[in-house]
Design a protein around this ligand. Structure first.
Ligand code: PMT
Length: 215
């Protein structure tokens, strides 16, 4: 079975020395990649800029921007059976990317943003019957409802609802706590634990769907 996973943040550049981004460390996505490899899957990992060692035995592709993430995910999508989008993709990018460093007094008071493509939604629209597509939902309010809405809107098989309003779980932490929701209406709470354990639980839970759909 072939598995494609995205991890980490994207960077959206203003000029060569400034960008907007988010606090994703890549830990959750890298843990998922290892858990998939432990299930004997052939794993490709599309990673934003993170401070983690290259994982052993995994095909690693490094990207920076949401547009680069889109290109990498789309070009690997067809050949993979299980696709998990864990990356924290910036929804917006500055409409202008200056080629030269802006001096302090040249820096604009206002920056205009453009919407980035919703990569997961694009993948959902291309999904074949024998592919399993999993998304994450990073939420701070009305967590389960918002996650369920994303599951439907993006044509997913599973979504992992992640409460990112707390400091001790979610972004950057070694610990996480999530609720896994399936398109069939199953809900499974995975209590607070190291991201390696959470990743194993997620993979173990979705593996039967993969076996059913892929073979
Ligand atoms: O990296 P860590 O520090 O370990 O933190 C892990 C995490 C908090 C980043 C991770 O668990 C998580 O919640 N990832 C999803 C972050 C996110 O962007 O959530 P969202 O609700 O904004 O997006 C919903 C889904 O659409 C996600 O699967 C996201 O990858 C995808 N998306 C979002 C925007 C976009 N332009 N394209 C996308 O594909």
């Amino acid at each position: 079975m072939r598995c494609l996973i995205s991890a980490g943040p994207t960077r959206e550049w203003i000029d060569p020395v400034r960008f907007i981004s988010n606090p994703s460390s890549g830990k959750m996505g890298y843990a998922l990649a290892k858990a998939a490899k432990d299930l004997k899957m052939e794993v490709s990992l599309i990673s934003g800029p993170v401070n983690l060692p290259n994982p052993q035995g995994i095909h690693l592709v490094r990207i920076e921007t949401a547009l680069e993430m889109q290109e990498a995910m789309e070009s690997h999508f067809e050949e993979n059976d299980l696709i998990i989008m864990c990356a924290a993709v910036c929804d917006h990018r500055p409409s202008v990317r200056y080629e030269m460093k802006l001096r302090k007094d040249e820096f604009p008071d206002r920056i205009i943003f453009k919407r980035n493509p919703d990569i997961l939604k694009i993948l959902g629209s291309k999904k074949k019957k024998n592919q399993v597509l999993v998304g994450f939902a990073a939420e701070t309010a009305d967590i389960l409802n918002s996650a369920q809405n994303k599951l439907k809107a993006k044509n997913l098989d599973w979504i992992v609802a992640n409460d990112v309003s707390k400091n001790d779980i979610g972004f950057s932490s070694d610990i996480n706590e999530v609720t896994l929701i399936s398109a069939d209406g199953l809900q499974k709470q995975i209590p607070s634990n190291k991201k390696a354990k959470i990743a194993k639980e997620i993979l173990d839970s979705i593996y039967p769907t993969c076996l059913e759909k892929v073979h």
